[in-house]
Design a protein around this ligand. Sequence first.
Ligand SMILES: CC(C)(COP(=O)(O)OP(=O)(O)OC[C@H]1O[C@@H](n2cnc3c(N)ncnc32)[C@H](O)[C@@H]1OP(=O)(O)O)[C@@H](O)C(=O)NCCC(=O)NCCS
Length: 156
Amino acid sequence: MENINLENLKIETFSINHIEDVTSIHSKVLDGWSMKGLIGDLANQSTESYVAVYEDRALAFCSFIATDDAELVFICTHPLCRRQGVGEKLLREAIIALPKTVNSIVLEVRSQNEPAIKMYEKMGFVTLGKRKNFYSFPEDDAIVMELIKGGVMELN
Ligand SMILES: CC(C)(COP(=O)(O)OP(=O)(O)OC[C@H]1O[C@@H](n2cnc3c(N)ncnc32)[C@H](O)[C@@H]1OP(=O)(O)O)[C@@H](O)C(=O)NCCC(=O)NCCS
């Protein structure tokens, strides 16, 4: 896939029009997510879901449970578009787009998932703790991270 010009990457609210692209990304990511669960999460009314669109194609997606203490449920970039700033731009703009009542964002991430952990740290998430053996297939600990929102978004 060609180099991404981030200026032309648009962050949009997830809609039915993005399902085909999201499904295609999902099929390339073999980490055990169920398709039914994924689409259910994206379309669920209690989640806020966003996509990063480039040349009319969704290249990344993310989803939050947006209570006052929101939770990032997942984020994923197309495997051929990684390390070009797509995930970071999506996450930054999605967090800013969340309802103003959201005070903090928590997430759980596999302790072996260095790309994701580095991205979260770069954006100012801090580690709250660890849940031992939280994941299976393969077994792994979960790192719990949090980003506190102030009156103004405190992103790094
Ligand atoms: C985590 C993920 C979403 C990052 O998306 P991405 O579009 O590649 O990320 P970006 O290019 O925006 O990178 C942003 C920052 O993250 C960190 N990062 C991303 N990939 C990295 C890697 N392979 N190694 C180390 N750091 C990495 C870096 O700090 C990077 O900033 P930099 O390039 O200025 O150093 C992507 O790797 C992915 O889809 N992984 C599979 C799904 C997943 O594990 N999701 C998270 C748990 S739900």
